[in-house]
Design a protein around this ligand. Structure first.
Ligand SMILES: *Cc1c(COP(=O)(O)O)cnc(C)c1O
Length: 334
């Protein structure tokens, strides 16, 4: 029987499998009574500093090439990790890349506009267009695509975060990889916790769970939207669409915790505390926008006793550390 995850074109871009660690420093934070805690290191996918978008891009670049495209076009915030990984994927696949970045995060300093992911986008040779926060999304993107077409290019548009059903297949595959690692260790994990924003990661993991019919419950941490309920509904719809692509059964309900703080990309105290804790106890770099907030959410759940001490949790580290260079103000005085 053919593997349903191999029936869609996929261009290898990531270093796989990523490590599954059980850090002693993490357990030591809570002894004697704590759940067992693992970290799945998708910050180590390898491509241009890695991160979760690389797994989605393996399928998205496959789709783009099958469609005869020569240019990847995508969008995000100025410090989008997805934009940086897309610029790198395009380069690795011999394609051009145009990034349309919206200046949506308020109150950020100069480094936010010069360093971090934006600097890497430049190094990677992307054609970068910066649009103000109030620019109309659809019209702005459509006009860039039309302009590239008028130049004789074959653009392929990838929506925010690469969160289409095809992109999400990368995380159905990741879920299977993780369950294989857990099985090899003889461990049954109860929950898989990760930062969730555009939803493709969570949708893909849920589809992977449906495909296997086994494995930990997928629990996203919303670091993105005020409108929590509609975000969960959209992730549920994308999970069902992804599962149907691979002939998986019914998908589980979406579990989504909140740790967005004041807003997307806007710092909060618990994020800084969780991020510096991981850095200083474990030498582990999280990021200020996604994994730092999600880790803060996980620590809060453990501290509040919402996670049983008999459970085994996997935290999916989705990457993003290049974003640290855009937030020097948060750490200068610490
Ligand atoms: C994009 C991103 C996420 C969220 O993934 P989605 O699939 O968009 O929900 C989490 N962490 C990091 C570091 C990211 O760049």
């Amino acid at each position: 029987m053919t593997d349903p995850l191999d029936t869609f074109p996929r261009v290898p871009l990531a270093h796989l499998p990523t490590p599954l660690d059980e850090p002693a420093w993490l357990r030591a934070l809570f002894t004697p009574d704590a759940p067992r805690l693992f970290i799945k290191r998708d910050d180590c996918t390898g491509l241009a500093f890695g991160g979760n978008k690389t797994r989605k891009l393996e399928y998205l670049v496959g789709e783009a090439q099958a469609a005869g495209a020569d240019t990847l076009v995508t969008t995000g915030a100025l410090q989008s990790n997805h934009a940086r990984q897309t610029a790198a994927a395009a380069a690795a696949a011999g394609m051009a890349c145009t990034l349309v970045l919206f200046d949506i995060v308020p109150g950020r300093g100069e480094a936010y506009r010069a360093s971090g992911n934006l600097l890497l986008d430049q190094v990677l040779g992307a054609d970068i267009r910066i649009a103000p926060a109030d620019a109309p999304r659809r019209e702005t993107l459509e006009s860039v695509v039309a302009e590239l077409e008028a130049e004789g290019r074959q653009p392929f548009f990838i929506p925010t975060g690469g969160s289409t059903a095809i992109g999400a297949l990368g995380y159905a595959r990741a879920y299977r990889e993780l369950v294989g690692q857990l099985d090899a260790l003889g461990i049954q994990a109860t929950r898989l916790v990760h930062a969730s924003s555009s939803g493709g990661t969570q949708a893909g993991l849920i589809a992977g769970h449906a495909l296997l019919g086994a494995g930990p419950r997928v629990e996203g941490v919303n670091v993105y939207r005020r409108d929590h309920e509609s975000m969960a509904a959209e992730i549920g719809a994308l999970a069902a669409e992804t599962a149907s692509l691979i002939g998986a059964g019914e998908t589980a309900p979406v579990v989504l915790h909140r740790a967005v703080g004041p807003g997307y990309g806007e710092p909060m105290e618990s994020m800084v505390a969780a991020l510096t804790l991981a850095a200083r106890r474990g030498g582990l770099l999280l990021d200020p926008v996604y994994s730092g907030k999600a880790f803060a959410g996980l620590l809060a759940m453990i501290q509040a006793g919402e996670i049983g001490t008999d459970e085994t949790i996997v935290f999916l580290h989705t990457g993003g550390a290049p974003g640290l260079f855009a937030y020097p103000d948060l750490f200068a005085a610490l």
